[in-house]
Design a protein around this ligand. Structure first.
Ligand code: NAD
Length: 432
């Protein structure tokens, strides 16, 4: 295939201090919540209620390893706000999971559920572990141990987990089985992202990328840009980024750049996405097969109409926000743009569709999965896709029109839309 370009770089980009990053994520989330609460006309008590999760449980999970030793893992489950309904959110298995991150992620889940008008609040869980160095049986014991440890605070009408970083349908299946054994009845609605035979939903695997694609279409319409022939750059080639690149190509766009943790591929004439999809590994790595790679930072600054960060947080910062040439940025990743960069981009009139809106296709189809489990009747892939499209288009319009009405950027508008229902429900319940 044809891939152009210049500089060799096989270096994985270095991240800033992890702890500072997650503290920044939490404090910038809190500062936008504060502003949104103020603009919605609520008092300080409402901000005090929403600025932290209502509940966070830390658990220690002993796991018998294959070599006969016992290892103790630390895990978390955070429940931000359950005024609207049960909390909902993924469980991540990663060496860098920490309490602050889990808290911030559960708050974002509340916002996503609010924006998409789902009958949930936000939750999130995580275990500090490296699943890449664990065997299948060790992972099963860890997954079951986590469910035993948090079983009293989770459940189909309390808090519903789902897959997240390094967790998958198999792990969801073990967790569902463990919960069903504890409860002594089959509980498919306890968890989403399950394999189809255990009550999973059609369309779940590609839901996030579908949601991002629909947001791109809506944003492009507002900016008078045609998707056909538009130049698109996607940072990250994992679950979200790779499907998105394919959907964009299928829609007639020219995907001129993609990247992974090891570098980026760039070709102004368009990349062969099918070939790259075929060659990438299960961790979303493909650039290691090429010598003509550029860095992730170089890729972000290339000329294009649409830029989609779909990898990790803090990629667009005050250092590079001025150099971004895209007209539209749609955030598939969680937190790829800092608050300072958001403001710089707004001043430059770049249309930024924020993560809490753009990356909510996954939780929306998770909601559909839970509804199907509760009713015991399952929808076709086409039905799921149609319902998802309606949810995304309506949510985009709610956020876009709020941004227009208040003359604010779409991130703050999304927070206002996301908080509104939760705040109202908290008030009706007499909490504030
Ligand atoms: P993934 O693990 O499948 O893929 C991540 C991709 O990012 C890989 O290609 C990896 O090589 C690349 N990457 C990792 N570190 C990088 C770095 N330092 N620089 C550049 N690229 C790097 O993950 P995913 O499920 O595709 O998720 C990607 C982002 O989207 C995350 O922020 C995630 O939280 C968010 N997100 C995903 C979903 C989903 O359903 N998959 C839903 C909502 C949000």
């Amino acid at each position: 295939m044809e891939t152009v370009v210049t500089v060799n770089s096989n270096q994985v980009q270095k991240q800033d201090s992890r702890q500072n990053e997650t503290l920044n994520l939490l404090s910038s989330t809190q500062s936008i919540i504060k502003e949104a609460v103020r603009r919605l006309g609520y008092n300080d008590a409402m901000y005090e209620l929403l600025k932290e999760p209502l509940k966070i449980l830390t658990v220690r999970i002993p796991v018998r390893m294959d070599d006969g030793s016992t290892k103790i893992f630390t895990g978390y489950r955070s429940q931000h706000n359950d005024a609207v309904g049960p909390t909902k959110g993924g469980v991540r298995f990663h060496p860098e999971v920490d309490e602050e991150e889990v808290k911030a992620l559960s708050m974002w889940m509340s916002l996503k559920c609010g924006i998409f008008d789902l009958p949930y609040g936000g939750g999130k869980g995580g275990i500090i572990c490296d699943p890449r160095s664990m065997s299948f049986t060790e992972l099963e014991r860890l997954s079951r141990g986590y469910v035993r440890a948090v079983s009293q605070i989770v459940g189909p009408t309390k808090d519903i987990p789902a897959p997240d970083v390094f967790t998958n349908p198999q792990i969801m299946a073990w967790m569902m089985d463990e919960y069903s054994r504890i409860q002594e009845f089959d509980s498919p609605g306890f968890i989403t992202g399950k394999p189809l035979v255990l009550g999973g939903s059609q369309g779940r695997e590609t839901a996030t990328a579908q949601g991002v694609t629909i947001c791109i279409e809506e944003a492009a319409k507002r900016r008078g840009i045609s998707i056909k022939g538009a130049r698109v750059i996607v940072q990250g080639f994992g679950n979200a980024g790779s499907y998105l690149a394919k959907f964009m190509k299928d829609a007639g766009a020219k995907v001129i750049g993609i990247s992974d943790a090891y570098g980026a591929l760039y070709d102004p004439d368009g990349l062969d996405i099918e070939y790259l999809l075929d060659r990438r590994d299960s961790f979303g790595t493909v650039t290691n097969l090429f010598t003509n790679v550029i860095t992730n930072q170089e890729l972000l600054e290339k000329e294009c109409e649409i830029l989609v960060p779909a990898a990790i947080s803090n990629q667009i910062t005050r250092e590079n926000a001025d150099k971004i040439k895209a007209e539209i940025i749609v955030e598939a990743a969680n937190g790829p743009t800092t608050l300072e960069a958001t403001n710089i981009l707004a001043e430059r009139n770049v249309l930024l569709v924020p993560d809490v809106l753009a990356s909510s296709g996954g939780v929306t189809v998770s909601y559909f999965e839970w509804v199907q489990n509760n009713q015991g009747y399952y929808w076709s892939e086409e039905e799921v896709a149609e319902k998802l499209r309606k949810k995304v288009v309506d949510s985009f319009e709610r956020v876009f029109s709020t941004a227009q009405n208040y003359q604010i950027n779409m991130r703050l508008a999304a927070y206002m839309v996301g908080i509104r229902k939760m705040a109202e429900a908290s008030q009706y319940r007499g909490w504030v």
